[in-house]
Ligand binder design. Sequence first.
Ligand code: R5P
Length: 293
Amino acid sequence: MADLEGLKVAKDYHQEIPFANQNGFYVKGANSLDWGMKRHLSNIFNPKSGKTVMFAFDHGYFMGSTAGLERLDLLLPKLAPYVDCFMGTRGAIRSSVAPELCRAVALRVTSGSSMLQDDLSHEVVAVDIEDAIRMNADCMASQTFIGADGQLSSIDNLSRIINAGMRYSIPTLGVCAVGKDMERTDRFFKLATRIIAEMGCQIVKSYDCENFEEVAAACPVPIVVAGGKKLPEREALHLAYDVIQKGAAGVDMGRNIFQSTHPVEMAMAVSKIVHEGLTDAQGWEFFQDLTHA
Ligand code: R5P
């Protein structure tokens, strides 16, 4: 391990220069992966725009029944046409959405905590690779707690998931966790997203922050940005627009879609911004036209 004393601050991110190792395959950092991995990534990232709108509804794995997600069986079929990927647990997906309606699947494979605890940073790998294969998962999502009590075990989980994924050509989505007491600075996200990418994840999920463009530039695989706590629709659309402008490869949005008064219209507006280049103002206008809000 390098001596940390006198460490220089990283600053040469060259955001204006596109990522170099593309050579034909459009998903960042995936050029040297095999056909099966690329196929799964193509299911997640739209080949025309290169981006994705993931709909996150895995909250039940530690929050139980969540406002807006009370009836997955009613919500998921309605949203399916307007998002690229469903991010959820195997229990939610198998029980509540018909295979023919399901989009690409980001399968949550870690578990072990509940919102009743103070420290949520200790999880286990709860899904066998065989079950991810049976569900034809397009990626496996693992929570990773950099700088928290559970860092070592979460990196151990992540490594085991990535190793299994490499055997069967299933990408891993490393979810950068932010606990109650964890920093949300660009310094933290540059550290955490890079560790997760260098572990071998093909996709990283993270959060918006100051200097997000530097976080995205320094991460050699696509970053999808979580929506986070519920915001007014106008602000959530701004978040989507802003992170895409700064180099995100998509959003992984939950509450800002399923807790909206109009979840379907919100998913449609987010998709227009992510895939069709609408500005946030245009996305908002589109949303208002649909909902008469
Ligand atoms: C992440 O670990 C969570 O389970 C959610 O998938 C994630 O936070 C995205 O949902 P939201 O946009 O509601 O934050």
